[in-house]
Write a protein that binds this ligand. Structure first.
Ligand code: ATP
Length: 272
């Protein structure tokens, strides 16, 4: 197997003075072109893992282990060096889309500035890149380009934020619960587009999700996280059918019980 694009090794995070570690012995590898799911319940440590990759952990936390990305150990980088990688090398789409744009600057202006920070292009070319990316997200590109974030719905801002992350063509894209603010059809559209970008550019995707069904459908490999540890890793089929850890079993049984519940509900509807 070729060298992974990113390799998290024995990541350990604790609050200074805290009794219990928040993350323990976390090992995750992602190959170029792979879509990898990180799933787990609320508080299991998914966001801390992402923050460690992004260099955004609060200073009151101790971190040990390695995060090799290409030729760097991200844990050892200064914040200035770390920031240089964000955007063009490592793109992030946050669950909370409200932080993606400054409220009092038009979306288009922010996109153009971000594009020109990372790519050597003129203003006109950057505008074209921005409007094309907005269009790919199914948005009325000209209108959104001219709008302030507060002119748009939550789902529209989220799709504009996704357009901004993707237009930079990062080598690694981290998606943290990105479909939460979207309706089912727009969620599917966005995930299809991310898959298309992955095929075109060979970027890797780390998909953080609570949604096991989405992870089965969309990922090449999955990691299951529980109480700050990776408890299971494998292909979606392996996780679904040959899991070993009790937490994964519980998680899978919730999903598998849904169709039965549905049929019970249908019977009730028929019998009324
Ligand atoms: N800034 C912080 N200070 C102290 N503890 C924190 C901080 N951020 C997270 N934690 C703790 O670290 C643990 C892991 O949190 P994390 O945010 O990574 O969970 P998560 O799996 O992303 O959850 P969710 O799905 O709800 O976003 C939790 O116990 C949480 O309380």
């Amino acid at each position: 197997m070729s060298k992974p694009l990113i390799s998290i090794q024995n990541l350990y995070i604790e609050n200074k003075g805290g009794e219990k570690p928040l993350l323990r012995n976390v090992n995750v590898e992602i190959q170029k072109g792979e879509i990898v799911g990180l799933i787990g319940e609320s508080g299991s440590g998914k966001s801390l893992t992402v923050k460690a990759i992004m260099g955004l952990l609060p200073s009151e936390m101790n971190v040990r282990g390695q995060i090799f990305y290409k030729n760097d150990d991200l844990i050892k980088l200064s914040s200035k060096e770390h920031r240089k990688l964000l955007g063009k090398e490592i793109g992030m789409i946050f669950q909370d889309y409200r932080g993606s744009f400054t409220p009092f600057i038009r979306i288009g202006k922010q996109m153009v500035e971000t594009i020109r920070t990372h790519h050597v292009v003129g203003k006109k070319e950057a505008k074209n890149m921005a409007t094309n990316a907005l269009e790919e997200m199914g948005l009325d590109a000209e209108r959104v380009y001219q709008s302030y974030p507060f002119h748009l719905s939550g789902g529209q801002v989220q799709r504009a934020a996704i357009a901004m992350a993707l237009v930079l063509r990062p080598s690694l894209l981290i998606c943290d619960e990105i479909t939460t603010a979207l309706d089912v059809m727009n969620g599917e559209k966005v995930l299809n587009y991310i898959n298309q970008i992955r095929q075109e550019t060979g970027c890797a995707v780390l998909m953080i999700t609570h949604d096991l069904a989405q992870a089965y459908k969309r990922t090449d490999r999955m990691y299951v996280m529980h109480q700050g540890e990776i408890v299971e890793e494998g292909l979606p089929e392996q996780i679904r059918c040959h899991h070993k850890h009790p937490y994964t079993k519980k998680l899978c049984s919730c999903l598998l019980s849904l169709p039965e519940e549905q049929s019970v509900r249908n019977e009730r509807v028929v019998s009324i």
